[in-house]
Design a protein around this ligand. Sequence first.
Ligand code: NAI
Ligand code: MG
Length: 498
Amino acid sequence: MTLNFDPRAKATTLYHGEFRPMFIGGKWVAAQSGDVMQALNPATGEVLATVPRGGAADIDAAVAAARAAFEGPWSKFSPYERQCVLLRIADLFEKHWEELSVSDTLDMGLPITRTLANRRRVIGMLRFYGGMATALHGEAIDNSIPGEIVTFTRREPVGVVGAIIPWNAPTAASIWKIAPALATGCTIVLKPSEDASLTPLLIAKLMQEAGVPDGVVNVVTGTGAEAGARLAEHPDVNKIVFTGSTLTGQAIARAGVTNLKRVSLELGGKSPIIVCRDADIDKAVPVAAMAVFVHSGQICIAGSRLFVAREIHDEFVRRVAEFAGKLRIGHGIEAETEIGPLINARQAGKVEGYIKAGSDEGARLVAGGSRLTGELYDGGNFIAPTVFGAVSDKMTIAREEIFGPVISAMPFDTLDEVVARANATPYGLAAGIFTTNLGTAHKLARRIKAGSVWVNMYHAIDPAVPFGGMKMSGYGREGGIEHLHEYLETKAVWIQTD
Ligand code: NAI
Ligand code: MG
């Protein structure tokens, strides 16, 4: 892909190991403790910058700022004024998109062509929620109580929202939490992942530039155990919106019990991809492969269980393996790179453990399977795109979320059987179906238990379309009008008129 700018040149202007403060109540501050954490480039191990290691006291300060803004200046903004703010943020994102993309690529490894390609989706989200700010409304309801009594509902912002996000899509995740908060009149404290804090701090700067009042958007960097846990339990936070692992989601739901705050959770998955005998194989091979490999498998919707009709299983798996072998793996900052590193050494070690379990439990390794070494990969966390064939449902690699570049392929014989096997997981986030038969497409789409089902495609996410999980993939939806309902309370008003 040819770019109209040089990402490497841009990268050299961004980070030089300096201290980057966090953003609370409109001020750029250090942690009250003075502690810092390093922001690392996962492709090289280099220290990009240091950021505050915010703790409970900093979260408390941010929540207090968010509360004051919610009760004060922000409550005076009309829907139209909130809309204008969101549209100004969108314009600033257009202007700074290259910088935001380079920052994400440096901090968390996703190749630059892919961070750049999120432009329409992220800026589209800002404009979609900007539009929705003036479209919120309650309803007048006819009641059956004797007398002249009018009833209507009002939709009111829930209040202070705490948002906790993972490392794998810092820009999109930040905006998916911030935009609906601004549209509805909420205020927000955003806690980015300790592995990818830098772009959320750039985003905070753009919020300030767009005229978001102090305290409406706060970004507190820090660890999950310290800053994250305090935000989740905080008695003055009205809602938590979380994206991340199922285990942490459970801890957050438990912590929210303190003040019965609302919680919405977008968690992990072990999403099935079903390739029927009548599928268009040329089309299905690259999509099924990239359904996992796209961010070295570090996406919640990774289609990591690949069910293939037995008649075409061997041929299909051979072609997916061939595709995997041709992917260009390297530093995300190079425009030619298709696959970047894993986020950190711990994550790479975890993925290696899964690959070993696959081999030990008898799966057939047909591509990848090892860490990449050599000059290009020094200091980084690179694992070759890996494909296992002849996997059985009971194997560890067929059951657990790996969050790495590992596909587990399994043959199936009948549609009833594959539906039962695809659904035999605690997760229910996404699914992919490949078939040229319209009836089969409808049948499978209806019977698979997942929040998103893609047919003859994968991955698509649009601001207007709800996204989220069933079962242990979480609850609540992001995207679409349903997303706004998560940030709104309903109040019923009764007025006796005679
Ligand atoms: P995580 O789910 O623990 O972290 C996500 C966010 O939650 C981060 O901002 C973290 O600081 C915060 N957090 C952690 N513990 C917390 C707590 N007790 N209270 C409040 N906030 C807390 O994920 P992590 O540690 O980055 O990765 C661990 C594993 O989780 C990965 O190996 C992967 O399998 C899975 N994961 C899945 C994701 C998905 O979208 N499905 C996203 C991130 C991780
Ligand atoms: Mg980093």
